[in-house]
Design a protein around this ligand. Structure first.
Ligand code: MN
Length: 338
């Protein structure tokens, strides 16, 4: 079967590998139908993901059809369309015992620490395969995983109805967060440098769009909220400056959610954190969010289609990568169809 492998940083291509087979009674074999290319796949390709191990079949946003099940499998059957939850965890460490298996001490992410979804077939434990309704197309279903990131981060930020939520960045994750926060009833302000992305945000229900290249976003958010500040700020830009701005622009009793993997320190004073009693929360991957997101997809409560900008065939992987590298701001979610 075919697989897309990053053999070492900067080198990607299609390889032939043996088909996987079910090894234990609780596993399922899935024929992959579509996968999404994520910023973190690009980081692995560029050698800028410190957690990646090479060579690696990348991809953690993937969906397919169950083609074989182990003898103990009961939650899915052959023919079911499923989205794969790409995390493997120990179930015993403090995080796992706290229901936070996304930060398990021994966490392995498919497509990062072990082979992922950019291949024709994959075997996963039954509990990682989440069945969705047949009316959802394969490419739309690819967005289930990115939306679980939004479910997680809006949960970490405790987004409530009528909260002012400031989302920094209108890329795929920012736009998923926007839709999720709107679904939770928040008033959403979103910023980006790219006009086209802001237009998409507007169409997806953003109440206010801010061009961060043209206006002072802190000043604007303070004006929109009549001096209160955003109750929740979600930083999907993830640079030192946006983290600093988040602390400045978030209201009393507010929450800040950071999603970045940056190692460069921001300069953040203690005073605003204590004075406003801010909660600063990291948000990584997701824990237990697949069922909730799948339900919203089944109900058509979200708009995944609006986020898909380009489609390629698996053989066109190099073309897809080149497009993202050269015109990133013109792409949103790039999907590979098998
Ligand atoms: Mn992703």
């Amino acid at each position: 079967m075919k697989a897309i492998m990053v053999t070492e940083p900067g080198k990607i291509g299609i390889i032939e590998k043996d088909m996987p087979s079910i090894q234990s009674a609780n596993e399922v074999l899935i024929k992959i139908k579509a996968v999404g290319i994520c910023g973190s796949d690009m980081h692995i390709y560029h050698g800028t993901n410190p957690m990646a191990v090479y060579p690696r079949v990348i991809g953690h946003e993937f969906v397919g059809e169950v083609v074989e099940i182990g003898s103990n499998v009961s939650s899915v059957k052959v023919g079911d369309p499923v989205s794969v939850e790409p995390i493997i965890y120990c179930g015993e460490c403090y995080a796992c015992r706290s229901g936070r298996q996304n930060v398990c001490e021994k966490l392995e992410v498919m497509g990062v620490h072990r082979d992922g979804g950019f291949q024709e077939y994959v075997v996963v434990p039954e509990k990682n395969a989440h069945k969705f309704d047949a009316h959802i197309s394969w490419e739309e279903a690819v967005m289930i995983e990115p939306f679980t990131i939004a479910a997680q981060s809006t949960w970490r930020g405790d987004v409530r109805k009528d909260d002012y939520v400031f989302i920094m960045g209108a890329g795929p994750i920012g736009l998923c967060v926007l839709q999720y926060a709107k679904y939770k009833g928040a008033i959403c302000i979103i910023s980006d440098l790219d006009v086209d992305r802001l237009e998409i945000a507007k169409e997806l229900g953003a109440d206010y769009i801010l061009n961060a290249g043209r206006v002072d976003v802190v000043k604007e958010v303070m004006e929109i909220t009549k001096g209160m500040g955003a109750n929740v700020t979600l930083d999907a830009v993830c640079i030192t400056k946006t983290f600093e701005q988040a602390v400045e622009v978030t209201s009393v009793a507010g929450r800040i959610v950071v999603l970045g993997f940056g190692v460069e320190p921001s300069k953040i004073p203690q005073l605003p954190i204590t004075k406003k009693e801010l909660t600063i929360a990291g948000s990584r991957l997701q824990a237990n969010k697949f069922p909730e997101v799948v339900e919203l997809f089944n109900k058509k409560a979200l708009n995944p289609k609006a986020l898909i900008s380009h489609r390629f065939k698996i053989d066109e992987i190099e073309k897809a990568i080149k497009l993202i590298e050269t015109q990133e701001e013109k792409t949103c979610k790039v999907v590979l169809i098998f």
